[in-house]
Design a protein around this ligand. Sequence first.
Ligand code: AMP
Length: 553
Amino acid sequence: MSRIIGIDLGTTNSCVASTDSKGHPTTLVGLDNERTVPSWVSWSTSGQVAVGTRAKRQAVTNASATVYGVKRLIGRKVNADDVSWFARLAPFRIVAAPNGDAWVRVHGQPVSPQEVAAHILRRVRQVAEEALGEPVTRAVVTVPAYFDDAQRQATRDAGQIAGLDVVRILNEPTAAALAYGAHRVGEGRRLIAVFDLGGGTFDISIMSVENGIFEVLATGGDSALGGEDWDRRMLERIVDEVFDQYRVDLTGIPMAMSRLREACENAKKALSVETETMIQLPFLANDQHGAPINYERPVTREQIDTLTKDLLDRLEAPCRRALADARLQPDQLEEVLLVGGMTRWPSVQTVVETIFEKKPSKGANPDEVVALGAAHYAGILAGDSNDAALLDVTPHDIGIKVGDSGFAVVMPRNSMLPVRARRLFATTTENQKFVSIELYQGDATDVTKNRKLGQVVLDDLPPGPPGSTRVELVMTVDVESILSVTARELRTGREASVTIRPSGGLSQREIVEIINRRRQENSHVGGLPMQGGTVRVTTREHAISKPDDDEKK
Ligand code: AMP
C-alpha cells in the first residue's frame, strides 16, 4: 500500500505533509521549493492550466480566467448568501449549474468547483511525489468543521478527479489540535480554542479533547475576513497616494496593481517581524507626461495597525459568540492554538490574548500546522501510530421540517458515528392519509436555512382523529456518513424508508467523465502524466435527494 499524505486544501493556500521514517509529520516541499501552494488556478485562452504561484501572478492580467477561493463554492448552491457575496466581489464569473450548484465560468465554459479544486489537489500531489520520490494515491484532506456532508463529499470528489483516494476527511481544528499534540497533554477533559486566521477567512473553534477523542463544541468566524483585507487596505492607501501626487489611477493598470498587491503582502510579512520596512516599486507606471513613477516609501507596523483597526476589532465578536455557544468562559480554556498565516501578525496575537485571557500557543508553523495534523492522522490510519482514537462525528444537526419552517432535530450534531436516533411523531389532521417527512441537515432553527437531504412519504395511514396515528422515525448514520431513515406507523407496522448518500453535486458518472476528459486533454497538451486508460463506471451512485427545483436559479 502506498503511504497516505495529509493535505490542507485551503481557501488561499494549500499545504501537504507526510510522516518521515521516524513517524514525525513533516511538510513536503517540491522542486520549486515552496512550502505552500496558492489555491489559485488560471486558464490561458488556449486552455493551458496554471496552478499555484504561476496562476496567482495572472490574477490581474487574466482576472476573468483566474479562479481563487474555490473552497467557498465547493458543494454550495449559487443562491447561498455568502456565495452571492463572493460572486459580487470575484473578478471571474460564478454561475448556476443545472442543479443550482455554484460553478465558475472560464472562457465561456462552465467548470465545477470540484474540477478547480482537483487542479489544486493534483498540483499538491505532484509536490508530494517530487518530495517523496514515489507515487502517491491516498490522502487525508482537511475541511472546516462547519462543512456539511455535501461540501465534504464534493471535496472527496475533487480528490477522486485528481487521482487521489481521499481515505478520510478531517476537521481542520482537529488537525491543528493533533499537530499541537493537544491530546497528549495531561489527564481528563481539556478545553481548547483553535483560532484560525488565513488569507480570506477567519474560523474559531472551541473543542474538547479527552482520551484522544476530539469534539468540536462550537464554531464561528467571519468568512469575509482574512490577511488579504490587510493587504487591500495598504494597496488602497498607495493607490490614493499615487493619484493625489501624480493624478494617475493605478486601478486601471493591471500590471501595476499586480506588483502592488505582491509588494503590500511582502511588506506586511516583513512588518510582522520588523517594526519598519520599505516599499519599493520602480517604474510602477508612467505619469501624465510619460515620466516613470518610482514609488518608494517607508512603512511602519504602527501605520498598518492604524489603517486596519476595524479589521482587528472584527475578530472579537465571533470568539465571544463561540464561547457563549459552548457555554464557556475564557478562563475555562486551557489553551488557544494559532492557525493560519495571518496569526503571525503581532496585533492579532495581542487581540487573541485579550479575548482569551492567556498567551496563545505558537509552537507550530501556522501555515503548515493543519497539513501536519492531517499527516499525523494519516499515520494513525496507516497503523504507524496508535496515538489518538479520533472518532468521526456528524457535523450538523439532522432533523425534519415541522410546520412551515420549523426544524425538529432528530440527531444532534457531534453524534459519534455510527449513530442511531429515534423519534415519535403524531398526525396533525383528521383522517390524515399520509405523512411526508422532509429531512434536513443544518444548525438553523429556521428549516429553510438548512440543506434539504431528501424525503420519506408514508401513505395509506389508518383513519382517525388528529394525533391518533403515531409514526416512529428511526435515523442511522454509518461510518461512511450514509444516512438511512425509516418511518413506521406503529398500529399497522407500515413503513417507508430512504437511504441518502452524501452527494457533492456531481454524480459518479460525471466525475468519471471529467477524469476521462482530462486524460484526453493531457495526452494532447502533455500535462501531468497519468497512468492507465479510460475509467469505466462500475457503480452508479447518486443522491436519493436530487436538488430541489426551487433551489435552481
Ligand atoms: P493561510 O491561508 O493560512 O496560508 O494564510 C495566508 C495569509 O497569511 C495571507 O494573507 C498571508 O499574507 C498571511 N501571512 C503569511 N505569512 C505572514 C507573516 N509572516 N506575517 C503576516 N501575515 C502573513
